[in-house]
Ligand binder design. Structure first.
Ligand code: PAF
Length: 282
């Protein structure tokens, strides 16, 4: 596995690789890798071309400085995991490689309503930061395929819109959320959870499973009320529990008695914020 830190070196390598005519499949990450990330690497491998993974903790997507500071950095063990799971190139850029002209947002892309709901509402500027870094990474890696996890459901929707609006011609492939045995979605933040909150955190998954049952007899607004109550009585602080259309991410009204529904949740487990989602009606 190649470890590349400079975009110039990446570019020379990719120009040679292009001669093979094979695809480049790209998995962007912020490191602190877990089984969820490794599932993305394995999916990238199935395409049979070059698997590139980036590790870059992007400052522009953190709306609180302390979140950026406490983000876990474990580059050597990440490299070992990537090597063991079939990654061909790991790209480890410095901030200057990603933002040579500063971090000001100047992409001709507007996430529109996606920036105002759920994560967008509670983390102002987050999705513009994500779009900015993913766009820059795509420019450097020039992949045919971009592989992302469904755990960050709204992030996927933003990137899908960016690829379409900017006509980037890249195939976006998504992979299912990988969960711990008790249902907690794998996340780099889980390792920051205090032991007592780690145990309680499974309620997020349980609330979505119960919501799916409740929707068979209750209205969406009633199912949301019960889910919020369930999360709160388990000792977490829910920020939102929304039922949305999986494509538009617009809220489902009580009158919409048919069609798919995605539950999207954010809750604080102590001072760690967790998010998750699940299709609760098909
Ligand atoms: O999902 C993440 O880890 C990040 O938001 C991403 C896509 C790597 C951009 O920094």
């Amino acid at each position: 596995m190649l470890i590349i830190k400079e975009s110039r070196e990446l570019n020379s390598f990719l120009s040679l690789f292009e001669l093979t005519g094979l695809k480049v499949s790209f998995v962007p990450t912020m490191g602190a890798l877990h089984q969820g990330h490794l599932a993305l690497i394995r999916r990238a491998n199935q395409s049979g071309g070059l698997v590139v993974c980036s590790i870059f903790v992007n400052p522009t997507q953190f709306n609180k400085a302390e979140d950026l500071e406490k983000y876990p950095v474990q580059t050597q063990s990440d490299i070992d995991l990537l090597k063991a799971n079939g990654c061909d190139v790991v790209f480890l850029p410095e901030k200057e490689e990603i933002y040579p002209n500063g971090t000001e947002y100047n992409l001709p892309f507007d996430p529109e309503h996606l920036d105002e709901i759920m994560e967008g509402k509670f983390r102002p500027g987050h999705f513009k930061g994500v779009a900015q870094v993913v766009h820059r990474l795509l420019e450097l890696v020039q992949p045919q395929e971009l592989i992302m996890g469904e755990k960050d459901f709204q992030q996927v929707a933003v990137i899908r819109k960016m690829i379409s609006d900017l006509e980037l011609g890249i195939e976006l492939i998504t992979c299912r959320t990988v969960r711990e045995k008790d249902g907690l979605a794998m996340s780099s933040r889980n390792q920051l959870l205090e032991a007592r909150y780690r145990e309680k955190a499974k309620v997020i998954y349980q609330s979505m499973v119960e919501c799916s049952q409740n929707l068979k007899s209750l209205k969406p607004s009633e199912a949301i009320y019960l889910a919020l109550e369930q999360i709160e009585s388990a000792g977490l602080k829910p920020e939102y529990f929304e039922l949305v259309d999986p494509l538009s991410l617009l809220s489902i009204s009580d009158e919409q008695i048919k069609g798919p529904i995605q539950a999207c949740v954010a809750a604080w487990a102590g001072d760690i914020r967790l998010i998750d989602n699940m299709q609760v009606r098909h």
